[in-house]
Design a protein around this ligand. Structure first.
Ligand code: CUA
Length: 310
């Protein structure tokens, strides 16, 4: 989305099969609220003026009205039943998964997303075909996160040791935001990714190619899988952690047990920083990196890859 005016830019596109139903429920409830707020406020203001003390009107005892009693019982009941119906309809559409679906596994972790496909392909960006139902099996590797795609109007908690699910059919090609909507630590606000909705043909080409070609350095693949790129970039910009670009061989000012020192980022330093993240904290950053489950071979692959980022 681009442009400068308020209005169209602020509307999130409806890019899935259930988006219009969710919006309908929201609009219906909001509409009732606006009408009720207007009526109640107007009546209140009217009575305050009409029966103000200065007029010295004498109070009258009213016995009751069967007609009014029925009216204000029936109307709210119908309104609320309407809310139930429209809410249930959109909820049902969100939970009833079709038989023929493509399954994608979602793993949330501090602070990145990992998407795993049926053919073994993994990615930190979600790619889905246009018009094909997709079921997401969701879990977390550490704390509770929440998986949210505003343009699809879907959201689900990511709970450790538990599998939750969502499904959708993307109805509009494009790239849309993915957010974490459960506060999960310092990097929460940076826990973003994107979903790319591709034509069936483009998707199949990407999906098929993934199995046969070795497209990326293994070290980079490990960094993606372990979620490192949620906090560290490879392009020279800083995030929650220092960038990897140009790191190897550079001079780094670190805090070691509270003492500042300047060291050269050599193999040992990189290895130590992966295995014991709290040992040397780079100046300007916080001690927030979680301990990773990595094998010595994986550490070696990462170090080898980092050396290439000149
Ligand atoms: Cu993950 Cu907030």
């Amino acid at each position: 989305m681009s442009g400068s005016g308020i209005g169209e830019d602020m509307l999130i596109p409806q890019a899935s099969n259930s988006a219009d139903k969710v919006d309908a429920a929201f609009t219906y409830i909001l509409g009732i609220e606006v009408v009720l707020l207007t009526l109640v406020t107007s009546a209140m203001v009217f009575f305050v003026i009409r029966y103000r003390r200065k007029k010295k009107e004498k109070a009258e005892n009213i016995e009751g009205s069967l007609f009014l009693e029925i009216l204000w019982t029936v109307i709210p009941t119908l309104l609320v039943l309407g809310m139930f119906y429209i809410g249930w309809r959109s909820f049902d559409a969100l939970r009833a998964v079709p038989k023929e679906v493509m399954v994608i596994k979602v793993t949330a972790r501090q602070w990145s997303w990992l998407f795993g496909y049926e053919n073994g392909k993994e990615s930190d960006t979600l790619r889905v075909p246009l018009g094909r139902p997709v079921k997401m099996l969701i879990t977390s590797a550490d704390v509770i996160h929440s998986f949210y795609i505003p343009a699809f109007r879907i959201k689900e908690d990511c709970v450790p040791k538990m599998e939750t699910y969502l499904w959708f059919t993307a109805s509009e090609a494009g790239t849309y935001d993915i957010f974490c909507t459960e506060y999960c630590g310092l990097g929460h606000s940076g826990m973003v990714s994107q979903v790319v909705v591709m034509s069936e043909k483009d998707f199949d080409a990407w999906y098929g190619a993934a199995v046969t070609s070795v497209e990326k350095a293994r070290g980079l693949k490990i960094l993606e899988e372990k979620g490192c790129l949620g906090c560290h970039t490879t392009d020279g910009t800083g995030k929650a952690g220092p960038t990897f670009r140009g790191l190897y061989g550079s001079q780094v000012t670190v805090l070691t047990k509270g003492k500042e020192r300047v060291i050269v980022a050599d193999d040992d330093y990189l290895r130590r920083s992966i295995l014991d993240p709290g040992a040397d904290i780079v100046r300007g950053y916080q001690n927030i990196m979680p301990k990773l489950a990595v094998t010595p071979e994986e550490v070696q692959e990462i170090v080898t890859y980092l050396k290439t980022l000149k």
